[in-house]
Design a protein around this ligand. Structure first.
Ligand SMILES: Cc1ncc(COP(=O)(O)O)c(C=O)c1O
Length: 394
C-alpha cells in the first residue's frame, strides 16, 4: 500500500488503501472485488464471536470492505471504521452497542434528526429499558439535555432546514459530563467536516448519499477512535448481519475518489441556486447554511471548511399548492426522496422525511406545507436555475 498518511484529502481518497504493488502478479490499479464468502484461516480464529479484524467469513469481514474501511479511516481521521449495508444498519449496531452495554440509562436525540433515526432510537431504547428524549433546536435545550444523558445523537446538518448544532460546545460539555456524542455526518461528509477529529466519539454516515455519490449503492459507516466502541460495534455488526456487500464496498471506493471534487462543485452550485431563490418573488424563505440569513450560518462557518454541501430548502409563497405545482413542473430536476448524488432531486418533507412528526412539531421546526428540499447534483447551475424558474412560474 502506498503510504498516504499526511497527504491531502484527495490523494488519500484516491490511494487510501490500494496501490498497484498490492497484487504483485497483475499490478492492477483498481482493486479486485473479493466475492469469496469464506477464507482459509488457522483453527485458532474459529471462535463464536469474531474479533475486530478476523477474516474467515464475509458476514464478519471481507477484504473489499476492509479496503474501504482503511480508506475511510484516512479520510475521517479515525482509528477504526466499520462499513454496513445501509446507514440504518450502521446506526442500529451503534445503538445496540451503547444500549446493551449496561452503562446507558438515558439517551437524547436531536429533534430534527432523520425521522427513522428517531423511531429506531425510541424502539431500541424502550427494549433495553433506557429512557429516551428529544431536544433541540433550540440549542440551549439540546445542551441542557446532553448534560443529563449518557449518549446523545445529533446531525451535523439536519434535514430539511439544515440546522447546525453548536458541536464544539457540545463536545466540551460532554467531555466533562462523560456523555458519548454520536454524530450523523451524512449531510456534510468528511470532505466538509470530520467529527471524530474534533471531539465526537462516534461518526455515523449513510454512505448512500455523498460518499457513494452516484445513486447506485446503499451503505453505512461507523467511525471512532475508541477500540472498545469499535469492538462492540463489530460484534453487533456480525450478530445482526449488517456488513456491506463487496460490490457496494467497491462502488463506494470508486465514489470516494471524486468526493472532494463533487462536494466543491455541489457546494458552489447550491450557493448560487440559494442566492437566486432568495431573490425570487414566489419564494418566501431559503435555508442554506452558506447564506448569512441561515440561523446557524456563524456556527457552520466556524465548523466547516468553506463548503456547505448541496442541499437547499426553500418555502414557496403559495403553500402546499405552490410546492406541489413546482414538483409537478420540474423537467431536469427529478422528484425523489434522496440526496447527495450526481442527479438533482427534489423532495417534499411534509409528506416524506417528516410526515411521521406531529403537525405542531413540524410547524415549530419550520417544516411548512410550502417547503421543498432540493439536492443539487452535477448538472450545470444555469440549467437548474432555468428549470426552477419555469417551475416556479416567472
Ligand atoms: C441523515 C441521514 N442519516 C441516515 C440515513 C439512513 O441511511 P440509509 O438510507 O443508507 O440507511 C439517511 C437516509 O436518508 C439520512 O438522511
Amino acid at each position: 500500500m502506498s503510504d498516504v498518511r499526511g497527504r491531502g484529502f484527495s490523494t488519500r481518497s484516491v490511494w487510501g488503501s490500494w496501490y498497484p504493488g498490492e497484487d504483485e502478479k497483475y499490478e492492477p490499479i483498481i482493486p479486485p472485488i473479493y466475492v469469496s464468502t469464506v477464507f482459509r484461516h488457522p483453527p485458532g480464529i474459529g471462535r463464536l464471536l469474531p474479533r475486530l479484524g478476523d477474516l474467515k467469513y464475509s458476514r464478519e469481514n471481507n477484504p473489499t470492505v476492509m479496503l474501504l474501511e482503511a480508506t475511510l479511516c484516512g479520510l475521517e481521521e479515525a482509528s477504526w471504521c466499520l462499513c454496513f449495508n445501509s446507514g440504518m444498519a450502521a446506526l442500529s449496531s451503534v445503538l445496540f452497542s451503547f444500549l446493551y452495554s449496561g452503562r446507558t440509562r438515558r439517551v437524547t436525540v436531536m429533534r430534527l434528526v432523520y425521522a427513522p433515526t428517531r423511531l429506531l432510537v425510541e424502539r431500541v431504547a424502550s427494549m433495553s429499558g433506557a429512557s429516551y428524549n428529544v431536544a433541540g433546536p433550540p440549542w440551549d435545550e439540546l445542551l441542557e439535555a446532553a448534560s443529563r444523558s449518557d449518549v446523545i445523537i445529533v446531525e451535523t446538518m439536519a434535514n430539511p432546514t439544515l440546522r447546525v448544532p453548536p458541536l464544539r460546545e457540545l463536545y466540551g460539555l460532554c467531555r466533562e459530563s462523560g456523555c458519548k456524542v454520536v454524530v450523523d455526518n451524512t449531510f456534510a461528509s468528511p470532505a466538509i467536516y470530520r467529527p471524530v477529529s474534533e471531539g465526537g466519539h462516534v461518526v455515523v454516515e449513510s454512505l448512500t448519499k455523498y460518499i457513494v455519490g452516484h445513486n447506485d449503492a446503499i451503505g453505512g459507516l461507523v467511525a471512532t477512535n475508541s477500540r472498545e466502541i469499535a469492538e462492540e460495534t463489530y460484534t453487533w455488526r456480525s450478530l445482526l448481519g449488517g456488513i456491506a456487500r463487496p460490490i457496494d464496498a467497491y462502488l463506494t471506493l470508486r465514489g470516494l475518489k471524486t468526493l472532494k471534487l463533487r462536494m466543491e462543485r455541489v457546494s458552489r452550485t447550491a450557493k448560487e441556486v440559494a442566492e437566486w431563490l432568495e431573490d425570487h418573488p414566489k419564494v418566501s424563505r431559503v435555508y442554506y447554511p452558506g447564506l448569512p440569513s441561515h440561523p446557524d450560518h456563524e456556527t457552520a462557518r466556524s465548523l466547516f471548511n468553506g463548503m456547505y454541501g448541496g442541499v437547499v430548502s426553500f418555502e414557496v409563497k403559495d403553500g402546499q399548492e405552490g410546492a406541489l405545482r413546482v414538483i409537478d413542473r420540474v423537467k431536469t430536476i427529478v422528484p425523489s426522496p434522496s440526496f447527495g448524488a450526481t442527479e438533482s432531486l427534489l423532495s417534499y418533507p411534509e409528506w416524506s422525511s417528516h410526515r411521521e412528526l406531529p403537525e405542531n412539531e413540524r410547524r415549530s421546526l419550520g417544516i411548512t406545507p410550502g417547503l421543498l428540499r432540493l439536492s443539487v447534483g452535477l448538472e450545470d447551475p444555469e440549467d437548474l436555475i432555468e428549470d426552477l424558474s419555469q417551475a416556479l412560474g416567472g
